[in-house]
Write a new protein. Structure first.
Length: 318
């Protein structure tokens, strides 16, 4: 089966109220990796945690691909190779944030959400911790793939709140039950997905969901589905910023397009003269707001893996 062509774009904005942006987003075209993180903690620790988690994730996956790091053989053998390496990299990202918070008093208690997607051939895996979200738009249907790891969601699951309760209006929505970096060992949700041509994936921080409800997002995507990922990102961001925008807002769009046709010019890197191409860093990755990250020794890492493996079975999407 031919490989899909991926159209990816990302935007992050501080919003109208916050002084600093504690979100971080990543799109890596060489790895076909997407990630969004929403940091928390005082003394700038939130922005450190979010950027550190994403940079560590990206670095580990690059090291795995070039052979300088190996995924432990005892990691869940029921997972695919794609899922195992994404899970391993997510765990290392957690360890990096956790260790940094222990050695720096100003960073004590810092943490971050992290939602990621990694595509390989015609399969995809995703990991998720916190209340950032991953959505899928397919065949005019729009559904949230991830579950918010917050107190309000748990209250609904345990029957303490009605299932039709508006979680966005609850203070408990802001109380996370899981976040990256707070503990050495954490439970990570991992998803197995099978993208189809025409799919659109949306990754976002909770700042977007505070401004736009799911039905509004669905309409925006449906009405602009023929536009590029960059254009759709901007349309959604503009709409969110037209509201109160009290929190940082981050958006990543990935469109699954037809497989690219083979061409001699593409093989040898020839380009036809057309619109100017936006230059990305040499590794073909776009990292927004990425301060320097402390080096992490990955030669000897002992991690207790606690995961929830979820097979995405197109719940509510045909």
């Amino acid at each position: 089966m031919a490989k899909f062509s991926l159209d990816m774009s990302a935007l992050t904005n501080v919003g109208k109220v916050r002084e600093k942006n504690e979100d971080a987003v990543l799109i890596s075209k060489d790895l076909e990796l997407l990630a969004v993180a929403d940091g928390m903690g005082g003394h700038n620790a939130g922005e450190v945690a979010s950027s550190m988690s994403i940079e560590t994730l990206h670095s580990v996956l690059k090291d795995i691909d070039n052979g300088s790091v190996e995924v432990p053989t005892d990691l869940d053998q029921n997972l695919s190779e794609l899922e195992r390496k994404l899970l391993f990299a997510t765990n290392i990202a957690n360890l990096a944030v956790f260790k940094s918070s222990k050695v720096n008093l100003n960073k004590r208690g810092m943490g971050t959400t992290l939602s990621t997607m990694l595509v390989e051939d015609n399969h995809a895996a995703a990991t998720h911790v916190g209340d950032s979200r991953i959505y899928l738009y397919r065949n005019d249907e729009f559904a949230q793939i991830t579950t918010d790891h917050c107190l309000a969601t748990e209250h609904v699951e345990f029957g303490l709140l009605k299932t039709n309760y508006d979680l966005s209006s609850s203070r408990m929505q802001n109380i996370l039950t899981r976040a990256l970096g707070l503990k050495k060992d954490i439970e990570i949700d991992i998803f197995r997905m099978f993208p189809e041509e025409g799919d659109l994936f949306l990754l976002c921080s909770d700042g977007l969901n505070k401004e736009l409800k799911d039905d509004e997002l669905k309409v925006l995507i449906k009405d602009n589905i023929d536009k590029t990922a960059t254009e759709i990102c901007q349309i959604i961001m503009d709409m969110a910023l037209s509201r109160e925008a009290m929190d940082n807002i981050s958006i990543i769009i990935m469109k699954i397009n037809k497989p690219e046709k083979f061409s001699i010019s593409r093989l040898f890197g020839f380009k036809r003269k057309s619109k100017p191409i936006k230059k990305l860093p040499h590794n073909k990755s776009l990292l927004l707001r990425s301060p320097r990250v402390e080096a992490l020794d990955r030669r000897a890492v002992a991690i207790s893996y606690s995961t929830k493996v979820l097979l995405w079975e197109n719940r509510g999407i045909s």
